[in-house]
Design a protein around this ligand. Structure first.
Ligand SMILES: Cc1cc2nc3c(=O)[nH]c(=O)nc-3n(C[C@H](O)[C@H](O)[C@H](O)COP(=O)(O)OP(=O)(O)OC[C@H]3O[C@@H](n4cnc5c(N)ncnc54)[C@H](O)[C@@H]3O)c2cc1C
Length: 465
């Protein structure tokens, strides 16, 4: 595979029929075009970055790739943890031009192009008092996020992003434009809801939005590290019965310089609860009181907040272009041994960017949608654990990776997982990712139908059956 890509020169790319921008190494703008969130493969040099302007352009590029038997990479928002959007020597379809968003406030149906970022979707939907449940970072692409599943602080209330997807428009390898929905190509639609970019290039996503036309109660509560065990233990007991309107992510990290944080705390390990209560503000009191009463917080910064601001609380940590490693996995529940592992691990973190977080599932995402309704898996998952670190020096790769690998090894992670918020762990790991042999078999059959030569392989790859 690698040699086929490396030797291909793209001199015969159909420039007369492709109307979008074509960017090659050495061109002005090439360096910024290839920049993605995880630049761990900093030396990777895509041979041709093609920016289609419409579906006809996507079709031109895919027919060309198909005729030359060339694997194709796709870039949405560039946030993929594996950095597979910009592989060495490859043809990349960069969907940055697909920025259209159409909203019908009556039906609450939202159509968005594959180049839209979560912050752009939030802003457009909020203009109508609506929200599409997605992730926690405004610069994440809706494309990669949706195709993997999509989890965030509204998942306990409305489910994962894929649970709110009505249809997709996709360009196939032979250049056809197809719709995938429960009535059209239903197997493909099932697979696109969690199977990632394995099947074709999605150009449009259609979502069912929800009403969210008031401020939410949101913010951070910081507890000293010494209280973290008790706080997490209490949360493990309380969260299964907590209101669905509460989205909660708990992060262990070295305290960043946040407003209101005492100077002496900066750099010390702390537990931060990142809470978003999306119910009516007048019902938030008991929830906030419960969270702040879990211990003696160092700082409480929780207040009525517009949704867009509430969903930007992680923005400071999303810096493009650094080296990155991430591990994530489901836990059946938050047990005391797990709390001990993550507390010990944060004390051994090799750098200040390291964060270990615990995302509480439950509510809609766990109870309202059957495991087999979509490819995305959530069965048996009470909590999603995620570790991430970013650094800049290649010589530190091994140290940062080993730290997270050892932490993951010490945790009772389930076999099923969430493909998006973790680096790929290889073929054996992927076999368990979607939850069951039946689901994997179904995914492989869909893959065989739409991409039998596995040309869409820069992803959490599903090998055709
Ligand atoms: C800082 C940060 C915060 C995050 N927060 C969350 C979160 O809160 N919740 C959550 O669920 N996830 C989160 N993620 C993970 C995120 O969902 C995945 O990394 C996702 O893949 C990013 O999508 P993208 O389009 O930005 O990435 P890209 O790197 O552009 O794409 C990732 C992969 O998706 C596929 N792909 C992209 N576009 C298309 C398309 N149009 N057609 C077919 N395939 C396509 C390709 O295989 C590509 O390699 C976060 C990631 C980062 C870096």
């Amino acid at each position: 595979m690698t040699s086929a890509i490396a030797t291909h020169r793209f001199d015969d790319f159909p420039t007369s029929t492709f109307r979008g921008e074509l960017i090659r190494p050495g061109d002005e703008g090439y360096q910024s075009a290839r920049l993605i969130f995880n630049m761990r493969q900093a030396e990777a040099t895509p041979a041709l970055i093609a920016r289609p302007v419409d579906e006809a352009d996507v079709a031109v590029a895919l027919r060309y790739a198909s005729a030359h038997d060339l694997p194709v990479a796709v870039r949405g928002g560039g946030h993929g943890f594996d950095g597979t959007a910009m592989p060495d020597g490859a043809l990349v379809l960069d969907m940055i031009g697909f920025k259209g968003i159409e909203i019908d406030p009556e039906t609450r149906v939202v159509r968005a192009g594959a180049g839209v970022l979560l912050g752009e979707l939030d802003a457009a939907a909020q203009a109508h008092g609506l929200v599409v449940p997605s992730g926690t970072n405004g610069t994440t692409g809706i494309a990669g996020l949706t195709l993997g599943g999509g989890i965030g602080t509204l998942m306990r209330r409305f489910g994962a992003t894929v649970d709110n997807l009505i249809s997709c428009t996709m360009v196939t390898l032979d250049g056809n434009v197809v719709t995938a929905s429960v009535t059209e190509n239903p197997d493909l639609f099932w697979a696109l809801r969690g199977g990632g970019g394995n099947f074709g290039v999605v150009t449009t996503f259609v979502y069912r939005a929800h009403t969210l036309d008031h401020d939410v109660m949101a913010g951070k509560i910081l507890f000293p590290f010494e209280q973290s065990q008790e706080v997490l233990k209490s949360l493990a007991e309380w969260m299964p019965t907590a209101p669905r309107e509460l989205g909660l992510i708990c992060a262990l990290l070295r305290c960043p310089p946040l407003p209101s944080v005492p100077l002496e705390m900066i750099g010390q390990p702390v537990l931060v609860l990142v809470a978003v209560y999306s119910g009516q503000l007048e019902t938030a009191g008991p929830v906030v009181a419960h969270l702040t009463g879990l211990g003696q917080p160092l700082v409480t910064m929780i207040q009525p907040t517009p949704w867009i601001k509430a969903n930007s609380m992680f923005a400071a940590g999303a810096i493009y272009g650094r080296r990155c490693y991430s591990r994530g996995g489901y836990l059946s529940a938050l047990s005391l041994p797990t709390i001990t592992v993550v507390r010990d691990a944060i004390l051994k973190a090799p750098g200040p960017s390291a964060v270990l977080s615990l995302w509480f599932l439950g509510g809609a995402i766990s109870e309202d949608f059957a495991e087999d309704s979509v490819a995305f898996s959530r069965e048996g998952a009470g909590v999603f654990w995620k570790g991430i670190s970013q650094w800049d020096i290649p010589e530190q790769d091994e140290t940062f990776q080993a730290w997270l690998d050892e932490t993951a090894k010490a945790l009772p992670l389930r076999t099923n997982g969430y493909s998006n918020l973790t680096d790929d762990q290889g073929e054996a790991w992927r076999r368990g990712l979607w939850g069951s042999v039946e689901k994997l078999t179904r995914l492989r059959a869909v893959k065989a139908q739409w991409d039998p030569r596995n040309l869409f392989r820069f992803n959490k790859n599903i090998v055709p059956e």
